[in-house]
Each structure stands twice: as C-alpha cells, then as structure tokens.
Write a protein that binds this ligand. Sequence first.
Ligand SMILES: [Zn+2]
Ligand SMILES: [Zn+2]
Length: 347
Amino acid sequence: MKAVLLTAPGQLVVQEAPTPEPDDFGALMRVESVAICGSDVRIMHHGNPRVALPAIIGHESAGVIVATGKHVTRVKVGDRVAVGADVPCGQCKWCRNGMGNNCSINYAIGYQIPGAFAERMLLPRLVLEEGPVTPFGPELSFDQAALAEPLACAINGLELAGMSLGKSVAIIGLGPIGCMMIDLARIMGATKVIAIQRSKLRMEIARAYEADCYIASEEEDVVARCLEETGGEGPDIVMTTCGSVEAHEQAVEMVAHRGVVNLFGGLAKDARPMALLSNLVHYKECFVTGSHGSVPRQHELAVRLLELGKVRVEPLITHRFPLADVHTAFDVMQGREGMKIVVHPNE
Ligand SMILES: [Zn+2]
Ligand SMILES: [Zn+2]
C-alpha cells in the first residue's frame, strides 16, 4: 500500500509500505479521509515521545472496513467507521473510571499505533475493544466523519466546563474547534455565545456559525467587550480554543462569579507561565479547568451529532488533497491558509 512515513523530523515521505494484516482480533480499514490536526504538524517538526520513527501519523480519520479477524464482533466488512485518537488501555485507574484520555500510558492512533496517512489502517485488538471506533450512516461523508475526533475533544471541553442550560459562553479562538463549539454550546443550552478571533480569514469562516456576537481581538479590548456583552457580569463559561497564554489570562479576568474557565488549547513548550491574579479566583469563586483529548463515549456522541446535523463541520473543510499531495496539504495547514485540510489516501 501507499503510505506517508515520517522518517525524521520534517521528513514526510510517500512510499510503498507493507499492507498490514489483521489477526483474529483485528480489522483493516480502507482510509477514505484523514484530516490534518495541529498536533500532526508539531509531531512532524519536533517529534513526540510517544511516536517512534519511522511512523505513520494521522488520527482524525474515517473509512470502510475491508477485512476482519474471525473473532471480531464490533465491526464487519463494509461498515463505514469513524476512528478517533485516544485509546484507553482499559486497565489503569483512569481508564477503569472512564477517563481514558488521562491514561498513564496514553495510547493513541497516529502515535504508538500506526495512523491514517496511508491507504489502509490496521485496527488492532485494543483499538476495537477499548478505542473510539464508531460506525456511521450514509448521511455523513467520510470527510465529515473524520472530524468526529476533534468534535469529541470539543465535547470533552464543554462537559468539563459544566456547560448547561442558560449559560453565556465566550469562545476565544475560532479555529475548527472554536467553530464547532459555537454549535455545541447552543445545543447544550447556551443563551448567548460570544465568539472571539484575531485573524480575519478565520473570522470570515466562523461567521457561518452565527454566534450572537463576534469580537475581533486585534481591534477591540476583549475583556471589556465581553463584560459589555454580558451586562457587566462576565460570561458564565470561557473556553480558550487557541494556543495563547494571553487568552488564558483574559479568560480568568472576564469570567463571571462562580463561572468556569476551560483552558482548552495547549501552549507551546516555551510559552511563559500564565500570570494569574489568584485573588480574582478567590473573590469570584470561579473555577479554572483544563481538558485534552476525549474518551470513546464522546467520539460516539460526536458522530451522532454530526449525523443529526446538530454540529456542522462542512464549512470548516477548506482543502482536499490526494495522498500524493500530502506535502502541499501540510504546507497549506502550516500557512494557516485554510481551516480543516483533509487528505484522501485512496483517491
Ligand atoms: Zn487532532
Ligand atoms: Zn489506562
């Protein structure tokens, strides 16, 4: 099969690789769509302790099951499946308690488990038994289904922020996740969604999601505007869907009393520490939470929400490429010229 191998930092090579063969407990997927994640770009340049080179990366995928081992019951040949990233080990304390994304081993597809930038991807036993593998109906395209992975992470963030009926929500950063969160916050009961973004291109795409108010952080005082939009009280929930420490600080500054901040976007390793005026947390009795990745339950929910059209991802898909053009695809991603870039390995 054709696969994209990360052979050394910065080196993605399209080459022939052996087609994996499932054992009695595994299955083989023909990869129809794999989306590039920001973390794929970071792994490509800087590597990752969980990725041993050479490696096939890619963890936001969907495809068709083309072979199964004789003991496999979870999927069958012909199934259209979406596959997520985090795979619980099933054994540790976190996995046993439904927190598989906090697993001490932290297996993930496209990390320790070979990923989706290839014509075929093996779903080994652990992935089929514990992991995020969700069949979906014909109403969903493979491109849309691949985006169930980031959507599952967005669900995790809003769940951990205690999102519920009647809350006002501010979302700082309107990349793909921030946009999905506008739809999600609404169906989870938000009465006001404030969307904040710096770059013009992303702001234009995000307008399709019809938040109640858009703030251009380049031109406006984000904290002052968010207070103004919430009658001086601040948003009940603030999600930081960007990699900016300033956004973390603004979030704590603007959040309402008893409100919740969720530090969703990770920061670069060399980012300065967040400057937190702890008295703000003290007097506002607010909560500062974090979130990363997702658990299989959330991936399943993400697929269902996409099937129902409750969360829209089509406006986010700005570029599509065949596997042979994977370099161009990564260039577009790094140039921030688009939103979601998908690759079709079998096109
Ligand atoms: Zn991802
Ligand atoms: Zn575990």
